[in-house]
Design a protein around this ligand. Structure first.
Ligand SMILES: [Zn+2]
Length: 685
């Protein structure tokens, strides 16, 4: 145990104007999973249960002794036949001496022939592997082309993806491993290549794809759209979206004389709505360019398609595919527009080395959503967004706890990767305590790895370079191990010689210890000592099961509040104050108790309630206690004076002595002077 003795009085502490503090204290916590990401996640997370645990490593690393340099895809879309004809020319360089065969991914579809120049090559297929006999032997550095002619009805399902060809809208969705359902490729993100995409569609249809449109020409039956993506692209980001689109543009001014076109492709019946729902996009590009670095590609696009039945979106490089259900003529899904746009830097420009590092994509894009809220709507909205991310992560954490790095099957798109990933980046910003340096580190990360791939170690090294010290301790506890700090907090205050008051705050870390979780967290933090009119913010560092924080203040505090500025991913499971002995005299108070969530629960559950009192500095004595079905007291969760506003507390299923209680029905009772409410809670182990 390490004691932190900080003698910070109201004079030395950062005095916060009271209205601001009241605002922070009453930030609504909302429902436990209210940030919207469940929408995207439920869609995507089914991918892995559908394709199985090992599906994204079907080719051994050793079989990839080549580097794909370029994909030239010529695709004819037979909309009436729901089918396609493809000609994929793959230019690759050998990475070994004696390379004489090539393993590619291809799932479904019929291969008609494979050519290298004029020569026809032999091939075989096993499961998703297309094995090509190169008919020659290549040495390290030799480049060669193979052309695969193929056709058929491509596989597609809503949650695994593929190529959905219909007479209405046709579109592709690949992440993580469905590119192979419509073209032969090395379908892992670490081998990025440039791309030429030619798609032939019947007259009347318009094709949106990656990179710049360089040619449109008509044949007797088709219109052929050719796009060129000169920036390396991972296979999971290659896309087509085909409809009789309404098309219009905005511009992002990257530098004098250097404008980037933002092209919108909306369903014609939906274009009036889309014109409104997407109209903040140029501001978002401007903002992200200002914090992440210049927009990295030659254009940005948004193409409407019924991806995830219209309820999702995918950050295809330079051309996000966006579900029509999110286009409503309003701005309620701006956060998805921002999220997918942020992916252009993080995911598309800097691509994850492999799927174990998915948080590098999703954590950055989710934090990008919050950063844009901070930029556009201000600090309070930003803190609220971060708190809603925390609540969503806590909700998932109730049912499964796992480290961010290398998530378990089914959680590739879990809350640890999105919301907790965003929180890791947010806490890193707090550790830096210098926004200009922090964002410089992020821009350096982009400059170093842009156009290629990066790992978690690479990001850590970029942060360490500007932080000036090792960040192993941070990455270990937040990335490679699971969980978050859960505190029992108690405090007392004593008058010293009729002068100042000494406040003693004890923080007890009570999170469950397991093989994969962080037993004791170490972080800097802030705690607010609440003194009407002269609140005092105390900075400290916790690193032990018990940490004690001391402060000297001029008046008797009425409460303490951990992390008032929302910098620390944590839960407070109990708060006990024994320091304020003032009688509460006002009868003008009331309380409201909400049902806990989740209920029934097994790991932990969150109880929310409202305290109604005078909107001044008054603190109302509140207790929240748990009883078993025999009426025996089990646990005191709150015994404190609390302010007007919403409050939440988490119960970890333990009694006052820290012992897990058995499954069954419990009652929680909220009391304030003259009022009490009781609700039922069900614990299931
Ligand atoms: Zn994303």
């Amino acid at each position: 145990m390490l004691l932190k003795r900080l003698m910070l009085g109201a004079v030395l502490g950062i005095a916060l104007a009271h209205p601001a503090v009241a605002g922070l204290l009453s930030t609504p916590s909302g429902s436990p999973h209210d940030d919207g990401y469940e929408l995207l996640r439920q869609s995507k997370s089914r991918v892995l249960s559908a394709v199985g645990q090992d599906a994204y490593s079907t080719l051994a690393e050793s079989t990839h002794a080549y580097d794909v340099l370029h994909y030239a895809l010529d695709i004819t879309v037979d909309i009436d036949g729901d089918s396609m004809f493809g000609q994929a020319t793959i230019t690759a360089a050998s990475e070994e001496d004696g390379l004489d065969s090539l393993d590619l991914h291809l799932e479904g579809l019929e291969v008609d022939r494979i050519l290298s120049g004029e020569d026809t090559l032999a091939f075989s297929r096993l499961n998703d592997t297309l094995k090509i006999d190169l008919g020659a032997t290549y040495s390290t550095g030799d480049t060669f082309d193979v052309r695969v002619d193929y056709h058929g009805v491509p596989l597609y399902s809503t949650y695994v993806g593929g190529f959905d060809i219909t007479s209405d809208v046709s579109f592709t969705f690949n992440e993580p491993i469905a590119a192979r359902r419509w073209f032969p490729c090395f379908d892992e993100p670490r081998d990025k290549a440039t791309l030429t995409m030619s798609a032939a569609v019947p007259p009347g249809y318009i094709v949106a794809s990656n990179g710049l449109l360089i040619d449109v020409r008509s044949t007797d039956q088709y219109v052929v759209y050719t796009y060129e993506e000169t920036h390396p692209i991972a296979t999971y980001l290659i896309s087509l979206a085909i409809d009789d689109y309404a098309v219009w543009s905005d511009w992002h001014f990257r530098a004098p004389g250097d404008s980037v076109e933002i092209i919108y492709y909306a369903h014609p019946w939906d274009s009036a709505n889309a014109a409104i729902s997407w109209d903040d996009t140029p501001n978002m590009v401007d903002f992200f360019a200002s914090v992440f670095g210049p927009y990295p590609f030659d254009k940005y696009g948004m193409a409407e398609a019924p991806i995830f039945n219209g309820w999702g979106a995918m950050e295809h490089q330079t051309c996000t595919t966006y579900g029509h259900m999110l286009v409503n003529g309003g701005h309620s899904y701006d956060w998805i527009v921002a999220h997918e746009l942020a992916h252009q830097w993080w995911g598309d420009w800097v691509t994850l080395l492999d799927w174990r590092h998915i948080w590098l994509n999703e954590g950055f894009a989710t934090y990008g959503d919050a950063l844009y809220v901070e930029h556009r709507d201000g600090d309070a909205a930003f803190r609220g967004r971060m708190q809603s991310f925390a609540n969503t992560y806590f909700y998932e954490d109730n049912s499964i706890r796992y480290p961010i790095f290398d998530p378990p099957p089914g959680y590739l798109f879990g809350a640890c990767e999105y919301e907790k990933g965003a929180w890791v980046l947010h806490m890193m910003r707090y550790i830096f305590d210098d926004d200009s340096l922090y964002f410089e580190a992020i821009r350096n990360y982009g400059d170093t790895y842009g156009g290629g791939v990066a790992s978690t170690d690479d990001l850590q090294a970029e942060f360490e370079a500007l932080y000036g010290d090792s960040l192993d301790w941070f990455f270990q506890q937040w990335i490679y191990q699971a969980g978050h700090p859960e505190f029992e907090i108690s405090w007392t205050a004593q008058e010293v010689d009729q002068g100042p008051y000494e406040v003693e705050i004890v923080l007890h870390q009570v999170q469950e210890d397991s093989a994969t979780s962080t037993p004791i967290f170490e972080m800097p933090a802030e705690i607010l000592v609440i003194i009407p009119g002269e609140d005092s913010l105390v900075s400290f560092r916790f690193d032990s099961e018990y940490d004690t924080v001391y402060a000297m203040v001029d008046s008797m505090p009425t409460g303490v509040y951990l992390d008032p500025n929302t910098w620390l991913l944590h839960q407070v499971v109990s708060l006990t104050d024994v320091g304020d002995q003032t009688d509460y005299t006002s009868s003008a108070c009331s309380i409201a108790l909400l049902q806990n969530a989740p209920n029934p629960f097994s790991h932990s559950t969150t109880i929310s309630y409202m305290v109604y009192g005078p909107a001044d500095e008054s603190r109302i004595p509140v207790t929240l206690s748990l009883y078993n079905i025999q009426g025996q007291h089990v646990r005191t969760l709150v015994d404190a004076r609390q302010s007007h506003g919403p409050h939440t507390i988490t119960w970890d299923g333990r009694d006052d002595r820290g012992r897990p209680v058995s499954s069954g029905v419990y009652f929680f009772r909220l009391e304030a002077p003259g009022h009490h409410h009781t609700r039922k809670i069900v614990l299931v182990h």
